[in-house]
Write a protein that binds this ligand. Structure first.
Ligand SMILES: [Zn+2]
Length: 547
């Protein structure tokens, strides 16, 4: 009885202690596991940053049943604590398969250290390699220890330090990188690549895909240039766009929220303003067909101070910002969404500033001009436009592509095709399906062939244009570069469209003041979080050893 109960209590206490550090200090823990052969996980090492250094907990899972270590299970599944390691998905896979414990990948947050290395000047590699490059020390990879008996009655000191170091050095490397890259950038990578299995990118393949996408891009670029010259923005465009023309005005200037003294706090929607009235927190001062104004009965926590904040309380007109047209307006993202969605979180708030109204014609023209700018960006960052499906289609074996298009042609246009061409196509399809005689269902079968190129894995390794561009910016200059990029797009909109009716207060540096303040706060918080790396030794292995 005692033998089982004692370790469980110790595990419980250890997890409680770990939580104490992750909640008040750093929510990333180092994690590694050891096992023997095909047996279940024997040892789990968890390292955690504490104000006085890194502490490592060694939990001998071969001595307890992990399924009844509820606190440990909950901790491993806790999405708020990021588990850091090198190939850590393998550790979780083993826990899942060998211990029959259900760890759904979506409910665990893990981060593979190697995801961040491309952002640094270091070469990617295994943990020992990274430890040598980044921490300048040697990680013990002695196979005699690695292959030792992790299920032994008691572990030797050598085994303990060996095991601990794997979990410790991952955290030390992260600390060093935070010092070098700044905490916000490291956090950015953790957020972006959390729960993503690290894949060594096979270079030649990627180049091939980029080349394929580039071919499509050049052709389209020529078309766009021609359309801009002839001022024909494509009837297709108008047909598809007309369905999304705004029926409601973008700006509802008539609903206002006032401070007790009458200052305009925000231009808001009716539902929100009405809420204050219903709750007795505000009084309705005007409710006519053209305006709905609510004055708060209490002093709000803040008033619009900076220019950025004031922008949201100025009245805006529902007109095309370029030509003043009042009908058939569309929303326009001045900074394209394909980039914005990969921006750091702090730059994703208050984006309504970068949404303006354009009439159909101006919207079409603006999109074409944006396309040319995106094409230039694509060249600069070697990040072709287009998407994974397009690249896949281009990379698909020609034979398979021909069979599908042959099937489509026969299915749709058999009556119009010359007899000779029909025979040719039938022959290609018969060859492909190994059929001796032609039968009617073959053309349907051919036309239904799914687009397929290489493996699914290859297709996934294609990085979308927007994602690649923002990742490169983050790598080269961090948030500053992304901010410059945002300014560049706003400037591009002004230069290319020459809008004469922009809302008052619209500014190409909008919100940057607020972002800087926020980063400053984060930087201050990050000060002093770096712990000087030192390998654990038998003497200073400041940890809890649970046996
Ligand atoms: Zn217009």
């Amino acid at each position: 009885m005692l033998v089982i109960k004692l370790p469980l209590q110790k595990v419980r206490r250890a997890i409680k202690e770990i939580y104490g550090y992750t909640r008040s200090y750093c929510n990333v823990v180092g994690l590694d596991c050891e096992w023997v052969g095909k047996n279940k996980t024997a040892l789990m090492q968890i390292s955690v940053s504490t104000p006085v250094g890194i502490k490592c907990f060694l939990i001998r899972l071969c001595k307890v049943d992990i399924r009844i270590c509820y606190e440990l299970m909950a901790f491993l599944r806790d999405e708020d604590v990021v588990k850091l390691g090198c190939g850590i998905d393998g550790d979780f896979k083993r826990l899942r398969e060998v211990d029959f414990v259900i760890f759904h990948p979506a409910t665990i947050s893990f981060f593979d250290l190697r995801q961040i290395i491309p952002a640094t000047n270091y070469q990617n590699g295994g943990l020992a390699n990274l430890t040598r490059q980044i921490l300048g020390r040697k990680l013990n990879k002695d196979y005699r220890v690695r292959c030792s008996n992790w299920e032994a009655e008691t572990l030797s000191n050598e085994q303990k330090t060996y095991a601990a170091d794997d979990a410790v050095c991952a955290l030390q490397i992260l600390g060093k990188l935070m010092q070098e890259l700044g905490e916000p950038r490291v956090q950015y990578f953790i957020n972006e690549y959390k729960n993503t299995v690290f894949k060594q990118k096979s270079k030649p393949n990627k180049d091939k895909k980029e080349k394929a996408a580039k071919i499509g891009q050049n052709a389209l670029e020529e078309k766009v240039k021609k359309r801009l010259e002839t001022r024909d923005y494509g009837s297709d465009y108008f047909n598809s766009a007309s369905t999304s023309v705004r029926k409601e005005p973008l700006y509802n200037n008539c609903v206002k929220l006032l401070a007790p003294d009458g200052e305009v706090l925000s231009i808001t929607d009716k539902k929100k303003a009405d809420w204050y009235v219903k709750k007795g927190l505000g009084e309705l001062v005007e409710d006519t067909e053209t305006s709905f104004i609510v004055r708060l009965k209490f002093e709000p926590s803040g008033r619009p101070n900076t220019d950025s904040e004031k922008y949201y309380v100025t009245e805006k007109e529902n007109v095309c910002v370029v030509c003043n047209e009042k009908n058939g307006l569309l929303r326009k993202n001045v900074v394209p969404r394909e980039y914005r969605k990969h921006f750091p979180i702090v730059m994703k708030c208050h984006v309504s500033h970068d949404i303006v109204l354009l009439c159909l014609r101006c919207h079409g023209r603006s999109n074409e001009l944006d396309y040319l700018k995106r094409a230039r960006i694509a060249d600069k960052f070697v990040a072709p436009l287009g998407n994974a499906d397009l690249a896949k289609a281009i990379l698909e074996p020609r034979e398979r592509r021909n069979v599908r298009s042959g099937g489509n042609a026969l299915l749709k246009n058999r009556a119009k095709l010359p007899e000779k061409r029909i025979k040719e196509l039938e022959f290609i399809i018969m060859e492909y399906f190994d059929a001796d005689v032609w039968s009617g269902d073959l053309e349907k079968k051919a036309s239904d062939l799914p687009v397929l190129a290489g493996s699914e894995e290859e297709a996934q390794s294609f990085v979308q244009h927007g994602e690649k561009v923002v990742a490169s910016l983050m790598t080269s200059g961090g948030m500053e570069s992304v901010k410059d990029f945002e300014v560049e797009w706003r400037q591009h909109f002004l230069d290319s469209m020459d809008p004469q009716f922009m809302p008052e207060g619209w500014n190409i540096y909008h919100n940057h003041e607020r972002i800087e303040e926020k980063l400053d706060r984060e930087r201050k918080r990050a000060d002093g979080t770096f712990i000087k790396p030192a390998p654990p030794t038998e003497k200073n292995l400041d940890g809890v050893y649970i046996e």
